[in-house]
Design a protein around this ligand. Structure first.
Ligand code: GLA
Length: 381
């Protein structure tokens, strides 16, 4: 993102220079999928794609929101009135964050805000979370305030539940708020504790391949899985599936429907894999990490039913390449992106093979790019 271009666009739109610039990244999850809303562990990294925000105060008691990706869909909110969800749809993300900050006691600053994002929408790279966290950081900066980053993530998650009404977990907002360059974030979604795990092996790189099959968390599939997990935990007499292990699950199998059992088996094994993956990362054992990624994918595909033909094809295509340690779908699923952990010196060849195989099979190219673990949300200026 070119900050000067964004500032110029701001000046053109609002007739004055911006006072500040903040950025908040998208993410890919290395492992620990569909575990966050089961009180489990996740291990995401922030990526270089991000939402950038410029802002400046105003003196008319209003909040003006505009995005370079949403031309003609600007909106102004009177801060003397309650902030409510509505059209345009994109504005529900920043409006939700503003409403939650107000609810948390922040005197919302009147200001003009311009967004620009290069996180593709609907590709499972957390464009929404990056928009929310960037909004939160900009409004706090405009008010001369700060907030604990995990608290900010939780506030953004609450905004996503209340305004666009997406029943997401905490992972995406947390990594956008807390990411650190050259580190993966181990987050315990039960108590919010975190560990930054160094991920700086020069011989290994993460490739992201976008199926360009749009995924929508607001479609019922995600919510249905949350519900199945909740019901399974309840039937097993547990607060959350985090509290189960495989023997306990087997013992309670008769209590569960086949679908509930399979959903629970994914969650229980995925939580265990995530902790094993952390050990592998600490030991710089990439082959072991890769095996866990393949196992995660198989579990998401067979037990959790959230993969799709395109994601499966990408994982198989990566698996067939020399230099691939492991691959899996990442994020909520039903489309979106796959990731592959590959040897740095073979990354280019693997990326080309994934794109070529994809075109042969589905008749269109897919973007494939490498990403280092990038920085989380930050005040740029
Ligand atoms: C989406 C949600 C996250 C998480 C993942 C699956 O990205 O926003 O909270 O549940 O799906 O791991």
């Amino acid at each position: 993102m070119n900050v000067d271009e964004l500032k110029t666009a701001f000046a053109k739109m609002f007739g004055r220079s911006p006072s500040g610039v903040v950025a908040a990244p998208g993410r890919v999850n290395l492992i620990g999928e569909h575990t966050d809303y089961n009180d489990g562990y996740v291990l995401p990294i922030a990526i270089e794609l991000a939402t950038w925000v410029t802002w400046a105060p105003r003196d008319d008691g209003r909040l003006a929101l505009a995005s370079l990706q949403q031309p003609g869909r600007e909106i102004e909110v009177d801060l003397c009135e309650p902030i409510l969800p509505g059209e345009p749809a994109w504005s529900n993300y920043p409006k939700g964050v503003a409403a939650m900050l107000a609810k948390a006691g922040l005197a919302l600053p009147a200001c003009s805000i311009l967004f620009s994002s290069n996180v593709p929408i609907g590709s499972g790279l957390s464009s929404s979370a990056s928009l929310e966290v960037a909004t939160g950081l900009a409004l706090l900066a405009a008010a001369g305030q700060d907030m604990d980053r995990y608290e900010l993530a939780k506030l953004c998650q609450a905004a996503e539940h209340a305004f666009p009404e997406v029943p997401c977990g905490i992972m995406d907002q947390a990594i956008s708020a807390l990411g650190r360059a050259d580190h993966a974030l181990l987050l315990d979604c039960r108590d919010g504790s975190t560990q930054q795990i160094p991920f700086d092996d020069p011989d290994a790189v993460v490739l992201v391949a976008d199926t360009q099959v749009a995924h929508e968390l607001s479609d019922g599939g995600y919510a249905a899985r949350r519900q199945q997990c909740h019901t399974a935990a309840e039937k097993l007499g547990l607060a959350a599936l985090r509290d189960a292990d495989l023997p306990a699950l087997e013992a309670g199998r008769n209590e569960l429907t086949d679908i509930e059992f399979r959903r629970a088996r994914h969650v229980v094994t995925e939580i265990a894999r995530t902790l094993q993956a952390v050990d592998a990362l600490k030991d710089r054992d990439m082959p072991r990490f890769g095996e866990l990624m393949y196992a995660s994918h198989a579990s998401l595909r067979d037990d959790y039913d959230v993969s799709c033909e395109e994601l499966d094809a990408m994982v198989e295509s990566a698996r067939g390449c020399e230099g691939t340690f492991g691959a899996r779908m990442t994020g909520g699923g039903f489309g979106g992106c796959a990731i592959a952990l590959v040897r740095s010196n073979q990354a280019q060849a693997v990326a080309e093979t994934i794109a070529a195989d994809y075109e042969d099979r589905f008749g269109r190219r897919c973007p494939v790019f490498a990403t280092p673990p990038a920085a989380g949300a930050r005040i740029v200026e």
